[in-house]
Design a protein around this ligand. Structure first.
Ligand code: GLA
Length: 727
């Protein structure tokens, strides 16, 4: 059984094939954390409690003898509370009816069951059968305030992964306000970690940053209303000596698309605490008697085989237990998108001309991006008016869709459902429908305001408008965009003492609308987007199997964006296109975009003969290598920041019978030969590689490596090496 409880010692043990996670209901029913790391078979582990830890002016529980050494401040706590002796960052703070925020939860009971429950109103990982996941729910109580707190743990035994969430119930007869409720807390007894996280901005999302932990609090967060371009809700703690292929790494990824925070504190003992969840800034939640609040889910992955294996576990887990619906395992259509091809300057004939040329090239779907609705010829108006601009699409959408389908292509369309232009019929009719606070100007971003998605009437209106188009036309794909961050987050419908709920209610409203859309049109392939990858998170992936990775389509700059993205997100989710811009030739553009969903974002009529031939070859390669790329495991060979010259990665089939490796010369180095050791192959198998044309053992290819003496000696060039088992 992956989850066990020793009723005598009151120890919980959550095992996967590769990891163990252990905590205890200690004296006075405190929940203390004992261990998280490589799998250990032992059950007698109570001695792991840190009896020797220093306390430094740390107050202790009056009932427990001071001699026991226990203080909430110096011992590893399972879920840290505010104001009752633990001075480190706390996961939970509830303002009670007396007005203070002192919070103290103690163990009451627990239940262990097979499978994984859904989280109300929230995206979450799911189990496919009772056998692939087991759940522990620990009931705790703050006796003084009546706050019941349930700690939820689900173990995915075959993955080295678990999920965490917290549900708070008000079992008292007075209201209380949750001021912070992080999704999980994990205490480690050392500080020898590097913190890895993904920072960025528009056109430079998810760039990997690695820094050593220091005493004090180190945090990443978003208070932009979305998970954001600037910080992704992903953090890894990798042991000092861990590398891509060796050593211990703990990955944390929040299934949430709004304001989040990850706080990591190293205390005076040199112990490390990580808490991650909804950002407590601008958050508070009124809990009336009998009601409950559920936190988003945190995914935790442990790897003893380096950062690379941590990523592969995330990838497998998300492909199998996060991505849903018809498109989960279906081959994604190779698309061409009108945005960089035409921006707002198109009509039906132009789009049909794109489609004709695209068809000749073997492209499978045309996506009509921004500009088809209201009176939109630039970005200053019409968001919220989701009816067709017949000046552009002369016979309406139906005629265009039919013409594109008649050519044998699928058809996709762009929306930005959460936004409203001040210059729109919707705003003129419902000025109170956007987020705003009394007495203040509304900040403007890309000439637009943000709709109040916490309101049912707003969501219903947008859903009906979208339905009118989606139900009456055969639309195969929707791109859902989100092109500004949220300010003045106030809702006209909520009372003053609930205004701090707006940011979270906004996210819940968006999830509800997106869920409704996905349920009503299960055949539609949904791709999320937010000015590129400003909302690239597991919450969005629960609804859309792919997300546009970045508006930056320069293949060299994309290398570090896609490298960072690959820390936890699988290739099947990474929207990547070949565009006309960018500093390299089409070959490298294609090789880089192939590390994603693949498609085109250009005017196909402007391609010259040589480029047309390259595109045809890419389309053929897309089909040839689809399975190994999308079902294979990612091995990162050379990180883009490693030597400043090269970047390389590969996908290896699960049965290790074939692999495709890609090598990019970012900046040609005239003094050294491009050389790389392959990874992920079977050392005992023999392979023919397309570079030498010869047969070598996996052991040779991985240990001695390949030397690319004849590789192109030019910046921005690239090539692939296909490796196939020879029996
Ligand atoms: C965002 C997206 C682009 C495009 C434009 C349209 O910036 O990232 O791909 O859809 O919006 O306005």
């Amino acid at each position: 059984m992956p989850i066990s409880f020793d009723s005598e010692k009151r120890i919980f043990k959550l095992d996967t094939k590769t990891s163990s996670y252990i905590f205890q209901a200690y004296k006075e029913d405190y929940l203390i954390h004992l261990y998280y790391g490589s799998y250990i078979p032992d059950n007698s582990v109570e001695f792991l409690a840190p009896h020797q830890h220093n306390a430094s002016f740390s107050p202790s529980n009056p009932v427990l003898e001071e001699a026991s050494g226990f203080t909430c401040d110096s011992w590893p706590m399972e879920y840290s509370c505010n104001g009752t002796g633990d001075m480190r960052v706390s996961a939970l703070a509830i303002r009670n009816s007396f007005g203070n925020t002192s919070t103290d939860i103690r163990y009451i009971s627990h239940r262990i069951f097979k499978g994984k429950p859904a989280l109300e109103g929230l995206p979450a990982l799911y189990s496919m059968s009772d056998d692939d996941a087991s759940t522990l729910e620990v009931e705790t109580l703050d006796k003084v305030t009546g706050a019941k707190v349930y700690l939820l743990y689900t173990v995915f035994e075959n993955y080295g992964a678990m999920t965490r969430s917290v549900r708070v119930e008000n079992s008292s007869d007075k209201p209380m306000d949750i001021q912070r409720v992080y999704s999980a807390c994990v205490d480690f007894n050392s500080m020898d970690f590097n913190m890895m996280h993904l920072y960025g901005f528009h056109c430079k999302e998810r760039t990997l940053v690695t820094r050593h932990l220091e005493h004090g609090i180190q945090s990443i967060a978003s208070k932009r209303g979305s998970s954001s371009h600037t910080h992704n809700p992903f953090v890894a703690l990798a042991k000092d000596n861990a590398t891509e292929d060796y050593g211990e790494a703990y990955g944390f990824n929040l299934v949430y698309s709004g304001n989040f925070a990850a706080d990591i504190e190293v205390d005076f003992n040199g112990s490390t605490r990580i808490i991650m969840g909804i950002n407590p800034t601008d958050f508070s939640w009124r809990l009336e008697p009998g009601s409950s609040f559920t936190s988003p889910e945190l995914v935790m992955v442990y790897s003893a085989q380096g950062i690379g294996e941590m990523s592969r576990v995330f990838h497998r887990l998300y492909n199998n237990h996060l991505i849903r619906g018809e498109w989960k395992n279906k081959k994604r259509p190779l698309l061409i998108n009108s945005w960089e091809a035409a921006y707002f300057d198109f009509d039906d004939d132009k789009l049909v001309a794109f489609a004709k040329r695209a068809k000749e090239l073997g492209i499978e779907m045309l996506v009509m991006d921004d500009g088809w609705f209201g009176t939109r010829n630039d970005d200053t108006n019409s968001l919220g008016d989701w009816y067709v601009n017949e000046n552009k699409l002369k016979g309406g959408i139906k005629s265009l869709v039919d013409r594109v389908h008649a050519l044998g292509l699928k058809f996709g369309i762009w929306y930005e459902p959460e936004m409203i232009s001040p210059d729109s019929d919707l705003y003129r009719t419902h000025p109170d429908w956007c987020l705003q606070v009394p007495g203040r100007d509304k900040s403007i971003g890309r000439h637009q305001y943000v709709l109040d998605m916490s309101r049912q009437d707003v969501r219903d209106n947008i859903f009906e408008q979208m339905s009118t188009v989606l139900s009456n036309n055969h639309i195969d794909y929707v791109k859902w965009d989100f092109n500004r961050n949220i300010s003045e987050a106030g809702s006209a419908l909520l009372p003053a003492d609930r205004q701090q709920e707006v940011f979270h209610r906004f996210v819940l409203g968006t999830y509800e609308l997106m869920g409704r859309l996905v349920d009503a049109y299960p055949h539609i392939l949904l791709e999320n987007c937010s000015g590129g990858g400003g909302r690239f998170d597991p919450g969005m992936l629960y609804f859309s199997p792919q997300i546009w990775c970045s508006d930056n389509t320069d293949p060299i700059e994309r290398l570090s964006i896609q490298y960072g993205t690959s820390m936890c997100y699988p290739v099947s989710t990474v929207g990547a296109h070949v565009s006309a811009c960018g500093r390299t030739g089409y070959e490298t553009k294609g090789n880089v975009a192939m590390a994603g969903t693949f498609g085109y974002e250009l005017d196909p009529i402007k391609l010259n003969d040589e480029e047309l031939e390259t595109v045809k070859k890419q389309v053929a390669d897309y089909h040839k290598y689809y399975d190994v790329i999308h079902s294979g495991d990612l091995y990162r060979l050379i990180a883009p920041m490693e030597d400043g010259h090269h970047c390389a990665w590969g996908y290896v089939a699960q049965d290790k019978s074939e692999a495709l490796f890609t090598f990019v010369t970012m900046l040609y180095n005239c003094n050294s030969t491009f050389f790389a050791r392959l990874k992920g192959l079977d050392p005992d198998k023999y392979y023919r590689d397309s570079w030498t044309g010869e047969v070598h053992s996996g052991a040779l290819l991985m240990n001695a490596g390949l030397s690319f003496k004849n590789a192109p000696r030019k910046d921005g060039t690239s090539f692939t090496v296909y490796v196939e088992e020879v029996k």
